[in-house]
Design a protein around this ligand. Structure first.
Ligand code: ZN
Length: 185
């Protein structure tokens, strides 16, 4: 690593730190010539992965392309830079563990959807509408219903639980009322 100040070839690594959020390594370095201290960041890269597109053509994997697709889906959503980096790293990890030199674009799309679904439902719907090419409003609603459907089931459970406890409360007060009535007699 060349010193950025004097271009001396020898720099010393003072310490290195691995960030677990985004799989980057930061190294603090010192120049052996002018004592300038600076730090470098190393990013992991998925090498030699090619994407098979829908039309059958191949394309080298690019983090920039993935990131720009995600940026579009997450536009104006409350996501921090750190969360975004973690998202990209998580998607890349899931691609990496497949251990393939060639992967279908649709497979990457599925991985992205899984991650977005957990992170931000709005971004998920946006991404799905582009990626799955929703043909009409109907498919769009179907997808939203799938998301919302799960939630309403949960709240129904909640309601029935509430009803149940209410009933118990009522029967308890009824019993107490009965006892009280007996005492009076
Ligand atoms: Zn230097």
């Amino acid at each position: 690593m060349k010193c950025p100040a004097c271009e001396h070839e020898e720099t010393r690594v003072l310490d290195s730190r691995l960030s677990e959020h985004d799989n980057t390594v930061r190294r603090r370095r010192e120049c052996g010539n002018c004592d300038f201290r600076f730090s470098t960041r190393e990013e992991t890269e998925i090498l030699n992965l090619s994407i098979v597109k829908r039309d059958g053509s191949n394309e080298a994997y690019s983090r920039e392309k993935l990131a720009s697709g995600l940026t579009r889906a997450l536009e104006k959503r409350p996501i921090t830079t750190q969360e975004f980096r973690t998202l990209v790293a998580g998607i890349e990890r899931d691609i990496y563990v497949l251990n393939k030199s060639e992967i279908k674009a649709s497979q990457i799309g599925d991985i992205v959807m899984q991650h977005l679904k957990k992170l931000d439902k709005v971004a998920y719907i946006r991404f799905a509408s582009v990626y799955r090419e929703f043909k009409d409003v109907h498919t769009f609603y179907e997808e939203i219903n799938k998301l919302v459907g799960k939630k309403s089931k949960k709240s129904k459970k909640h309601k029935s639980y509430a009803k149940h406890t209410n009933k118990r409360k009522k029967s308890n007060t009824a019993k107490r009322a009965g006892k009280a009535a007996k005492k009076v007699r």
